[in-house]
Design a protein around this ligand. Structure first.
Ligand SMILES: Nc1ncnc2c1ncn2[C@@H]1O[C@H](COP(=O)(O)OP(=O)(O)OP(=O)(O)O)[C@@H](O)[C@H]1O
Length: 266
């Protein structure tokens, strides 16, 4: 039986002693980009925090490569998995460069020969190299988000020595980004999954970005969870059921199906 990947086994999503928001049974594959979508308050961030191991599930469990997540140990996880939370505030007055360097901290016992190069290339990929010496707390929301994405990329830059898959778990990585940077970042994440086998899991609100760049979708709530190939999950009827908006499929010039949305039926 295939065990590689993240498996949600009847995962009860909701805060401790709070209501059950959804029960998630799904397998998330490495080498694929999985978008988590759903209405506000459906439990997307709560689910992500369970996949990361920050929050205990109300029931069920999260397995990584066939072993319960908690048994992997935080140090081992940090070598192969980077997390970008929704709120990326930094208490200290670090420069952008220092924030990205933090991504390399888990590797300090076995540094790469390319440490400085990794940090520089990660910053180039998200377009923040010119901000290297600025204080993180003086950057705009989008600049800060791109700096934290660079930190996450730096953390999982090199393949694991034991060949295990690397993961990026990101909570709304494009929320603060302008149109160009949204597409640039999503394309980058897709490439990382396809070319380097990284498992990318990202909470995304923009259905069209998800349809264009993700392989799979995990749709949370209200009260249920659906997962599968993005084009099968995010179809007009399901979108209407989930968000109460009507949508018209249109084919973009490059052949990708996208949607036009309206509050009322055409
Ligand atoms: N620490 C907390 N204490 C009380 N309720 C909480 C806490 N954290 C989350 N919740 C509640 O749990 C529910 C799910 O929150 P969550 O942040 O997972 O939703 P979400 O789907 O990510 O929403 P959004 O799209 O608005 O970011 C919400 O109703 C939220 O108010």
């Amino acid at each position: 039986m295939k065990t590689e990947g993240i498996e949600c086994r009847a995962l009860g999503v909701g805060i401790a002693r709070g209501p059950r928001l959804a029960t998630v049974t799904a397998r998330i594959e490495p080498g694929r980009f999985t978008a988590i979508l759903g209405p506000n308050g459906a439990g997307k961030s709560t689910l992500l925090s369970m996949l990361v191991g920050e929050r205990e599930p109300q029931s069920g469990e999260v397995m990584l490569d066939g072993t319960p997540l908690a048994r992997h140990g935080m140090d081992a996880l940090a070598m192969r998995r980077a997390v970008m939370p929704q709120d990326c505030s930094v208490a200290f007055d670090f420069t952008a460069l220092e924030v990205v360097e933090l991504g390399r901290y888990p590797h300090r016992a076995h540094p790469s020969r390319e440490e400085a190069g990794i940090v520089r290339q990660a910053m180039e990929l998200t377009g923040v190299e010119h901000l290297a010496h600025r204080s993180i707390n003086t950057l705009s929301g989008g600049e800060r988000a791109r700096t934290h994405l660079a930190r996450a990329l730096a953390q999982v830059w090199e393949p694991c020595r034991d060949g295990s898959a690397r993961w990026l778990l990101l909570d709304e990585p494009t929320a603060a980004l302008d149109l160009a940077h949204q597409h640039h970042s999503m394309a980058l994440l897709r490439r990382l999954s396809e070319e380097q086998g990284v498992g990318v899991v990202a909470v995304v609100h923009d259905v069209n970005l998800a349809v264009r760049y993700a392989h799979d979708a995990l749709l949370v709530g209200p009260g249920h969870c659906t997962s599968g190939a993005v084009g099968e999950v995010l179809e007009p009827e399901c979108i209407h059921r989930t968000w109460g908006v009507h949508c018209t499929p249109v084919r973009a010039q490059d052949g990708v199906m996208q949607f036009l949305f309206s509050a009322r039926a055409a």
